[in-house]
Design a protein. Sequence first.
Lengths: 396, 125
Amino acid sequence: MIYADNAATTQMSEKVIKAMLPYMEKIWGNPSSLYSFGQESKDSISFAREQIAGCIGATAAEIYFTSGGSEADNQAIISAAKIGAKKNKRHIISTAFEHHAVLHTLDKLKREGFEIELLDVHENGIITPEQVKNAIREDTALVTIMYANNEIGTIQPIAEIGEICRAAKVIFHTDAVQAAGHLPIDVKAQNIDLLSISAHKFHGPKGIGALYARKGIQLVNIIEGGAQERGKRGGTENVPAIMGMATALLDACANMAENNSKLLELRQKLIDGLNKIPHSTLNGDAEKRLPGNVNFCFEGIEGEALLLHLDDKGICASSGSACTSGSLDPSHVLLAIGRQHEIAHGSLRLTLCENNTAAEVEKIIVAVGEVVEYLRSISPLWKDKLIGKREFVLPE
Amino acid sequence: MPLYSAKVMDHFRNPRNVGSIENADGVGEVGNAVCGDIMKIYLKIDDDIITDVKFETFGCGSAIASSSMATEMIKGKPVSEVLQLTNKAVTEALDGLPAHKLHCSVLAEEAIKAAIEDYQAKHKQ
Ligand SMILES: Cc1ncc(COP(=O)(O)O)c(C=O)c1O
Ligand SMILES: [Zn+2]
């Protein structure tokens, strides 16, 4: 099997699994318990909290463990909205291609009377700091813009946006779920107030994440309960997962430069190979994208059929076609960068990690080429284009 | 559990009756590129019997498999009987489809009906 869907989730590393086992086998006490056996668990997660904080330039007191990226996004946005509402600020700036954990939370706030302004992400999938600057108003409560997009991998100018928000005294949240462990993050230098991460995107366990909230930002509970996470997130801590997340993040950050230089080579090879397929195009900026992300549209075919045939060839990938999302519309990300519906249906996302090899990339290129050619051969849409009955959308 | 039944995957992997028919007696095309599924059916009809049928599909696994199954179900059948074909019958023959995939299979029934309408329109002249 060739796994090329690392933006969906990653394989846990041996090291991470080993780091978690003692917290299932031996140190399984409740961190809230008074006796020393429980305190051992508590000390362990305190240590993990410090390690995670260290990886992003935060302090331990600014890290709150959550059930993952979605919860962190929800809590960050709801909290910033409440802070804004107290000062009668109900304007929120975001982008059209955020993850649904962000967009659906914003929808909820809209129903509660907030005004949501979604910035255009352009054809290259990158917003400019000027757009943010121009959009900020007296009553802006929050700017929430993802660090890197989960479908097309494009990296946003986070430090510049942070600087603008700080100067305007507007809270800045970034969904860094795809970036953490893959791109350098320094919440202080980048003037980030709130930041979400999720362990399973960097070889950690699923169902655990963290919200960084700058000292002074008052969080609102999503989960009410005990006094865990300084009263901001009830529920007995998932100690093994927290320990796994810390190990995974530390490892990813320590090997970031090495991993990324390898990935950049693999990415280029894959892009060059897929570019040879006629009437295809790379989605998102060719350079300012996550080192492992490749996202293409192939004209005249549909993405789910492509994925099923790739699965038969042992390749795991994903697509933004409507038929893979269960809705009638293709990916909101591809539509946001201006891809026509017809083209967006034929999309393929391949996301590599440092464990992928050049030989695997070569196999992927051959397999995708074969499947695209086959699907085009049975596609009436493609045939119409060949005989000039319909226009090609993408250049040769 | 896999998304699709073994039957669906069989028809998806080895679609029957793929291609086109030159000088077909009836041609029907339904769907559009915006919603991501287009199905085209070609019919050869002699004495009101479907003697040959071919299809081309731009669409997902469900769309391709239901086109394939539908063409098998109508080959050799009289036009009057083919007009009774329902999407439900195609879906059942495929051992079912996930609920959110049913809309992709409706096109098979519609494309066949469109092809027969085309045949009947030509025939009247
Ligand atoms: C950008 C982004 N935000 C949020 C999430 C949600 O994270 P989780 O699966 O940990 O809830 C994901 C992962 O799917 C993501 O890619
Ligand atoms: Zn479909």
